[in-house]
Every structure is written in structure tokens, then in C-alpha cells.
Design a binder for this molecule. Structure first.
Ligand SMILES: O=P(O)(O)OC[C@H]1O[C@](O)(CO)[C@@H](O)[C@@H]1O
Length: 399
């Protein structure tokens, strides 16, 4: 990510800034929570101690010799960042590497009996099993009486605001989950989004998921609706290859969410059974890719993903981190055109995101001034505002 004077890459080295607080406070809190949630042995405790020291006071260290993804991380910039403070390398890079090292500390990569044990699973399960999830699912019954367009809109907004359900975010934004969301969107291209997914279309929707639990459930409901109403003939759900940013969805989380839906009463159960059937006949596919845990912007995506997005009718990317990677993790002037930052993307792309970091593009000058007048800069990170932005054009000539 080369720096440009126009929009500097975000680092975590400014005390008092949001990125700094994530490195200095959120990451240690995540280590504490994971340590408390499992009966780890002395080796794991020692590795967690070392990680805590390294990420707060030490420097980025290389991966152990023989790490299965060692070459990949070298290609993703590890050699250039090793030996530097975690605060001085791009924030996106530091955060991604933190989760990679945390998984290693608890034995995720094996070999051994802790291989594949998700350190965030208790938090994700608790959210999926919460009574709030029952209430959200019960609300689907009333939706069935509405005309299709209204149901579609409600489910789109359910998926959008489901992005507030982010466990990592709640660790350092005390009370964020309870704060009332501001209802108006700071940018709303939903008409363009619907024009790309007309009823009786024959397209492929790709949804790049973000969080499990109470975000993934409404994402699945939206997919179920689009398939049932013929707005998409096929859907591909992309999830993370390993646990990441606490609540990010993996295939195991998709299975949990589908079980939860299928066994629910009423309309939710019907959606669940329809999704189960769509998995069986191939209309809904779950995929993953190592690049989803790469510390890089999507402009650096590999050719196989590029080809998949080029062939899709629409790719929807969910959440704050995907937004940062889509537009580049930079301090853009907020009125920078969204399409200017996504011109490299190989097909039509939509972002559904609640605002939880400093990155923002595509605001009108009036919207930006109103937000600043009301909240200073808090609107950028508080998780109470949201946007739907669409670039329908696909890769533009000369990019
Ligand atoms: O789950 P999301 O919406 O991608 O949010 C991830 C969160 O983590 C951050 O990357 C900070 O760690 C913020 O962008 C956001 O608060």
C-alpha cells in the first residue's frame, strides 16, 4: 500500500486515535477474553504472554520456520515489516497479523489436539443462541404479509444493520451495541442495487460475508429471499478460511446459522429449509479463499477471485473491514467519489456497512458537514451510521 499525499494509508501510531486504541487496548482485551474462555495449558498461556508483549511493546516477529502459510505471508509483506513496531506498519497489516499470531498461540494451526479449535466460538455461539436472535427471527412472520419490494428492502436493511453485531468492536466500544442507530443512511445507492437484481433475473450474487451470528443470519435471509424471488439464480457466500477479527464468519459458523434457522418456528424455519435445499442443489455455495485473511486491500486480489467477481452479476461486500479493504485503508477526503476508489473492481460491487473506522468515501459535502456539526468526528467510528454504496460499472478502461 504505497502512501499518497492525497489519501495517506492509516497507521496505528498516533496516540489517542482510533487505530492506536485498537492496537493498545482492543488486542490485549481480546487476548484476555480468549484466555479466560478456554482451559488452555501452560504452552498456550506462555504463547499468549509472548504475543501480548510483542504486539504492545515489541516488534513484528517472523512466523516460525515451517509455518504452512509462511510463503504467503512473505508475499504479503512480512519480510518488510518484521522488526518494526506493530504501531508503525499499516494498521490493516498489524490487525491481520495479530489474528494470525493469536490463532497460532492457541494451537489452531496444529499439529496437536487444539488444531482447528476456534478461540472465538463461545462468543459467536452465545450471540447466535441469545434471546434477541429469537426475537429477530420471530419478526420475520409479520414480514410475509408485505409486498415483495418491501420485504426485499426490509431484508436488505436487516443485513446492513446486522453489521452492528460485531463482537470485536464491542470489546472496546463499550455500549456500542445498545446505542440507537441513526436511522438515515449517510449514502444510499439501494435503487442502483435493486436495478442490478431485478425479479426474474438470471444472475449470480456473490456475498462476501463479515460477521457470524446476528449478522450472518440476516445475510442468509437476504440470500434466501433473492433466490426465492428470482432476483438471483445462484448465490455464492464467501467466508473466512480461519477465525478472524473475533466474530468473522467461517464455514462452521454458516453451518451453525443454518441449523439455527432450520429449527426455528414460523417463517424463519421456512427460510432455513429453503437455504438448506439451495445448498443441496447448488444454487447456494459456500466458498473461502486465503486472501480473505490477507492484510491487503482488494485492489491486490488474486486472479481467481478477480475472475469470479468479473463473472458475477453483483458482489456485495459486508461490513467495516471489507469496506476498508475495498476502498483502501486510507484517510480519504470523505467526499472522494466511491467509484473512484473501486474503479479497479472487476464487476459491479456494493458495500453494506455500518461505520466503525475512520475510512469513508462517497459522502456529499452537505452530509459530511451535518455529521461533523452534530458529532465532531465520532460518526466515523461509533457504529451508529450506515451506508449502501454501489459501483455498477465493473472495471473501468485504463485501470
Ligand atoms: O466486523 P466489521 O464490520 O468488519 O468491523 C471490524 C471492526 O474492526 C475494525 O477493523 C477495528 O479493529 C474496525 O474497522 C471495525 O470496528
Amino acid at each position: 500500500m504505497p502512501d499518497t499525499p492525497f489519501a495517506p494509508v492509516i497507521l496505528g501510531n498516533e496516540p489517542g486515535s482510533f487505530p492506536h486504541s485498537v492496537l493498545a487496548e482492543r488486542h490485549p482485551a481480546i487476548i484476555r477474553q480468549v484466555r479466560d474462555a478456554f482451559p488452555y495449558g501452560p504452552g498456550q498461556h506462555e504463547a499468549l504472554d509472548e504475543l501480548l508483549h510483542s504486539c504492545t511493546e515489541g516488534t513484528v516477529e517472523p512466523l516460525p520456520a515451517g509455518a504452512p502459510d509462511g510463503d504467503r505471508w512473505l508475499a504479503w509483506g512480512l519480510a518488510g515489516h518484521a522488526g518494526r513496531s506493530w504501531y508503525d506498519v499499516p494498521w490493516l497489516w498489524s490487525e491481520s497479523y495479530f489474528y494470525r499470531r493469536l490463532l497460532e498461540a492457541v494451537g489452531w494451526f496444529g499439529p496437536g489436539s487444539w488444531q482447528g479449535i476456534d478461540p472465538f466460538r463461545p462468543f459467536k455461539r452465545a450471540e447466535l443462541d441469545a434471546s434477541e436472535t429469537d426475537e429477530e427471527l420471530a419478526a420475520l412472520d409479520a414480514l410475509q404479509k408485505l409486498p415483495e419490494e418491501e420485504r426485499a428492502r426490509a431484508l436488505l436493511h436487516g443485513s446492513l444493520w446486522g453489521n452492528r453485531a460485531d463482537l470485536g468492536f464491542r470489546l472496546s466500544a463499550e455500549g456500542a451495541g445498545d446505542r440507537e442507530p441513526a436511522p438515515a443512511l449517510v449514502a444510499d445507492d439501494s435503487e442502483t442495487l435493486w436495478s442490478l437484481l431485478p425479479p426474474a433475473g438470471n444472475g449470480t450474487l456473490v456475498l462476501v460475508a463479515d460477521n457470524a451470528g446476528r449478522e450472518l443470519v440476516p445475510d442468509l435471509l437476504l440470500i434466501a429471499h433473492l433466490l426465492a424471488e428470482g432476483r438471483a439464480a445462484r448465490a455464492v457466500l464467501h467466508v473466512k478460511p480461519y477465525p478472524y477479527y473475533v466474530s468473522d464468519a467461517t464455514t462452521a459458523d454458516v453451518v451453525d446459522a443454518l441449523h439455527r434457522l432450520r429449527t426455528a418456528p414460523g417463517a424463519a424455519g421456512a427460510y432455513g429449509r429453503a437455504l438448506w435445499a439451495a445448498m443441496a442443489d447448488g444454487r447456494l455455495t459456500v466458498r473461502t479463499h486465503p486472501f480473505w485473511c490477507a492484510p491487503l486491500p482488494y485492489s491486490a486480489m488474486p486472479d481467481d477471485l478477480r475472475a469470479e467477481f468479473a463473472a458475477a452479476t453483483l458482489t456485495v461486500v459486508k461490513g467495516d473491514l471489507n469496506y476498508r479493504r475495498l476502498v483502501g485503508d486510507r484517510l480519504w477526503p470523505p467526499t472522494t467519489a466511491f467509484r473512484r476508489t473501486t474503479a479497479y473492481f472487476p464487476g459491479p460491487v456494493a458495500a453494506l456497512r455500518t461505520l466503525k473506522s475512520d475510512v469513508i468515501t462517497g459522502l456529499s459535502a452537505a452530509t459530511e458537514s451535518a455529521l461533523v456539526a452534530a458529532e465532531g468526528q465520532r460518526w466515523r467510528t461509533g457504529g451508529t451510521h450506515a451506508l449502501i454504496q454501489v459501483d455498477p460499472s465493473g472495471e473501468q478502461q485504463g485501470q
